[in-house]
Ligand binder design. Sequence first.
Ligand code: GUN
Ligand code: FE
Length: 437
Amino acid sequence: SSALTLVRGQILHFLSDPIQDDPSSYEYFADGALWIEQGKILKVGNWETITSTITPEKLSRATLYDYSGKLIMPGLVDTHCHYPQAKVIGSYGRQLLDWLNDYTFPTEAAFADPDVALRGAEYFVKRLLAHGTTTASVFATVHPTSVDAFMQTAEKYGLRMLCGKVMMDRHCPDNLRDTAQQSGIESQDLIDRWHGKGRLRYSITPRFAPTSTPEQLHIAGELYHSRPDLHVQSHLAENWDEIHWVRSLFPELFDYLNVYEYYGLTGERTIYGHCIHLSPREIQSMSEQGTAAAFCPTSNLFLGSGFFDYSKVAEANVRIGLATDVGGGTSFSLIRTLGEAYKVSQVHKQPLSALRGWYLATLGGAKALYLDSFIGNFTSGKEADFIVIDTSTIEELDYRLQGVESLSERLFALMIMGDERNIYATHIQGNKISFDA
Ligand code: GUN
Ligand code: FE
């Protein structure tokens, strides 16, 4: 690996949300260059312009990656997924609460074994990279060693990742249950070990309101407020049975989000999976407090949970990221996930544009996770995690794109027909990484 890296190709990145496809919200260079020093972007622009500003001596020392004819974008950001659920994908015939009990909890129980956790983490991280995902917000299991396994693996690959131990002290099998006290001590210990180590950050992870006692939610909220830079991840308003259950468990609080608000678990650096069935008050409050939503279309469809109304929630200025929610979701691919997001947006007669879609999968996700000062686009100083997309590797997509000049049409066809076969290379901090076997 070299300290100086020069990359050539068709470069696309976003500067802001392309509402109405505003051309000032993104930059595209048909023959572009990225100049990277010590794993960080220093320059992005036209090949001729960028290379003319760098001394021949420096250029001669750089590692050159020539991806001419291929599309280069920031690494994709999966804002909600579960690494121990890789073997849960495609579990038949259940909706959320039965799916958890019949498939998910038994699978997660195996992660008590540190070897299972380490193998699972290695597998999951490699699959993310193969699918073009370079940053993710990841649920481990209730077992602290499952977080050690994931963090250790993410660190080995030099990744910017969020992860946390699931806190769960009721309404679950004995072998997956902690206690409020114990979950606080174990989470604190993991924070001390991993939070801020290299590119890693800790996310406090109460599974969802029904599986935590009020005492546990209180401890989670105290932990979140104990330092200025910790994150929170959980689930919200995914399924009607779940929502009614929360209502009966917390009758004194006025809605589902209010449970998390009451225990101090909302605001900046907090993100909630699904957020499908929100009241106007909940949407308004998320917007005001900066609480983010993870849009998980493949999971929401697979579990029959419902249709997240992206345009309605985005219009209220709620931060939204795209997410696979593996293993409720059906694919590791955020490209396939974008295709499903588009189909759901059609249900609401508010079609998600290609530009907005790719924004959502990159800078939008980084903003939803409050990591956009590090990743999400190619502005100077950002960490150089990027992917190289080759549209010719899918015959039908290649055919569809023949003679198509329009960038938005090309990006739209990729979002609808593309998948992991289009991921030609994944770079972390400038370096191309291998994730075979
Ligand atoms: N709600 C609580 N736990 C889970 C989970 O593991 N997956 C999904 N999709 N929803 C949840
Ligand atoms: Fe989830």
